[in-house]
Design a protein around this ligand. Structure first.
Ligand code: NAD
Length: 275
């Protein structure tokens, strides 16, 4: 399978489909990432706070997949926002991953209560200049956070990784990001299993029509909307299922029915409430 790539605003590109490892037990991470790489995944989304960067790194090292074929994202945790603390946290992440660069480094949450994301972003700009990070981006930034970053700093984020699934599509943030050339990464693409997305008729009807699973239909909806996604599963059969989404296409009506599921149904915290 050849996964399409999304062009980023800094000249780099990212595989549109990957695997996320949020809440993946550190002891299981190496096995899960090894399975994912065997299935064909080349894009891995982790974070310092997940506690499993070392497991990701071991799997990457053992896989023999050439570095240039991999796309690895990690994220700076809120406690480490600042300047020197960013450089130290980045060095530690790189070390745990066993890499000499990461493809994408993200500010995990804006944490407006700490009021350090502008300073943090300047440190990210410096990291990018060092070549040890190819692309820099943000996560959980809403329009006001993006506007402030764009007004006060030089580099436009390559991506904004936000909670996004049919019940919570964040149209304002997505539209602003598109205007500014910021690619959208959809986290929790399956709604984290927190509402019965995979049982809704809008999803199951399309699944039946195409002979695919409900999860495949939802992943396909994201891909056709242009989002970058990395659904999480620790189960090898599901990982393979989630990767097998390039042999069918939802038609305009099926897309519209799923898009109509919007109901401002956030399943996790509001970014302004996370410090
Ligand atoms: P998700 O929407 O990917 O849902 C995962 C759930 O769906 C799990 O319960 C899993 O068992 C189930 N599932 C997966 N494949 C399935 C299938 N084929 N059939 C049925 N059920 C299936 O949620 P997520 O893991 O939170 O999000 C994906 C990734 O996004 C994370 O792993 C992480 O990398 C990233 N993320 C980022 C943030 C952030 O703040 N930046 C927050 C949460 C997640």
């Amino acid at each position: 399978t050849s996964v399409p790539r999304i062009q980023l605003n800094d000249g780099h590109s990212i595989p549109q489909l990957g695997i996320g490892v949020f809440k993946v037990d550190p002891a299981q991470t190496e096995r899960i990432v090894a399975d994912a790489l065997e299935i064909g995944y080349r894009h891995i989304d982790t974070a310092r706070i997940y506690g499993n960067e070392a497991g990701v790194g071991s799997a990457l090292a053992a896989s023999g997949v050439p570095r240039e074929q991999l796309f690895v994202t990690t994220k700076l945790w809120n406690d480490d926002q600042g300047t020197q603390s960013v450089f130290d946290a980045f060095d530690a992440s790189l070390d745990r991953l066993g890499l000499d660069y990461v493809d994408l480094y993200l500010i995990h949450w804006p944490s407006p209560a700490n009021d350090r994301y502008v300073e943090t972003w300047r440190a990210f700009e410096t990291l990018r200049e060092s070549g040890r990070v190819r692309s820099i981006g943000v996560s959980n930034f809403l329009v006001p956070h993006l506007e402030r970053l764009l007004a006060e700093t030089d580099v436009v984020p390559a991506v904004d990784q936000i909670e996004l699934h049919p019940a919570h599509q964040q149209p304002a943030t997505a539209a602003y990001a598109e205007e500014q050339g910021i690619a959208i990464e959809a986290w929790g693409p399956l709604g984290q299993g927190k509402y019965p997305l995979l049982e809704l008729p809008e999803v199951t009807d399309a699944a039946e029509a195409h002979g695919m699973s409900p999860a495949q239909v939802v992943i396909r909806w994201h891909l056709q909307r242009g989002h970058i996604v990395f659904p999480k599963s620790g189960d090898r059969a599901r990982m393979a299922e989630n990767f097998d989404v390039f042999g069918f296409e939802l038609d305009a009506e099926e897309m519209a029915a799923i898009t109509a599921l919007e109901r401002e149904g956030r399943v996790s915290s509001h970014p302004d409430d996370v410090s």
